[in-house]
Ligand binder design. Structure first.
Ligand SMILES: [Zn+2]
Length: 306
């Protein structure tokens, strides 16, 4: 089976800097070497900043994360292309930029324009707790006035909003802002609350709202979001996929594996294990649907909206 991958979320850029690892060959979950099993590979690289840094230091770290990735030999030699829009079909390895935890704006709205200039296309505004942006999944708070203004401008500048990590109220606020802007909302790396009730997973109403907006959902391989415990298997990934399919997500379901940001199932320790997941899923679903989940749904979405 010829397999391509369009993954909506990884934290590899952060681990590349933290562990001084190159993109090409490394000890991380994601590398170009591991991506060789895919005909085409498109990866949203999220820039996430450690909470031990305050919001202002986080902004500087964001700049460092991006600079480090741009200076990587695989990028400078063109083996991985940085894209500001949807890559061409059949174009090898492409990277899109995302920002996770937009607290680093630190109430400076002029920084939204800087994000756009940096080529950030996916904006995951929240992560944990309450920030200058608003309430995350572990709170009841919605978006702050600054968060709403920042998101409104980010969408106007071409960034797509992501409800992964948002509180229920913040997610509702994000849906409302996106509806005003006529834009879809995504959930880049979240699973189903009905299958595993943790606050980072999606409620049915949120799944329906993402679908209604024309957005996509990325299945997260973090063991705790799959099962709530320390162990998870491919069967658990399938239980979430099955639930999303039952809700009508066959054209919206993607992968947002959260590699290099999450503890992964023992069967799926890194990027090069994903063909194993595809083969497993082909035992339950038509191959065309598996291809849709791995690549085509995200690709179609990116063609339409990036
Ligand atoms: Zn995350």
């Amino acid at each position: 089976m010829q397999l391509s991958l369009f993954d909506l979320h990884c934290d590899t850029a952060c681990e590349m800097l933290a562990q001084h690892q190159p993109l090409s060959q490394n000890r991380l979950a994601v590398s170009l070497g591991q991506a060789e099993c895919f005909s085409q590979y498109i990866q949203v690289m999220a820039f996430w900043t450690d909470r031990r840094l305050d919001d202002e230091a986080g902004w500087q770290r964001l700049l460092e994360l991006r600079e480090n990735l741009l200076a990587d030999p695989a990028v400078s030699e063109g083996r991985a292309r940085i894209c500001r829009g949807c890559p061409e079909r059949g174009s090898g390895v492409s990277l899109l930029f995302g920002l996770e935890d937009a607290r680093v704006l630190n109430r400076k709205q002029e920084r939204v324009a800087a994000l756009a200039e940096m080529g950030i296309r996916i904006l995951t505004p929240l992560w944990s707790g309450e920030t200058c942006i608003g309430g995350s999944h572990d709170t009841r708070a919605g978006l702050t006035d600054f968060g709403k203004a920042a998101l409104r401008e980010a969408m106007a500048r071409g960034m797509l909003a992501d409800i992964s990590h948002a509180s229920e109220q913040s997610a509702d606020d994000i849906f409302a802002l996106a509806a005003d802007a006529g834009l879809p909302v995504i959930a880049s790396h979240s699973d189903a609350y009905a299958v595993c009730p943790v606050s980072r997973n999606l409620h049915l109403g949120q799944i329906r709202a993402v679908l209604a907006s024309g957005g996509v959902v990325g299945i997260n391989l973090y063991r705790r979001f799959l099962t709530g415990g320390d162990a998870a298997a491919m069967e658990d990934v399938r239980r979430h996929i099955e639930y999303f399919l039952e809700q009508g997500c066959e054209r919206a379901l993607c992968l947002g594996c959260d590699m290099d940001g999450a503890e992964l199932p023992a069967e799926l320790p890194s990027l090069s294990a994903l063909p194993r997941l595809a083969a497993y899923l082909c035992g339950y679903y038509p191959e065309e649907l598996v291809q849709d989940i791995f690549f085509e749904n995200a690709f179609r979405f990116a063609q339409a909206h990036l």
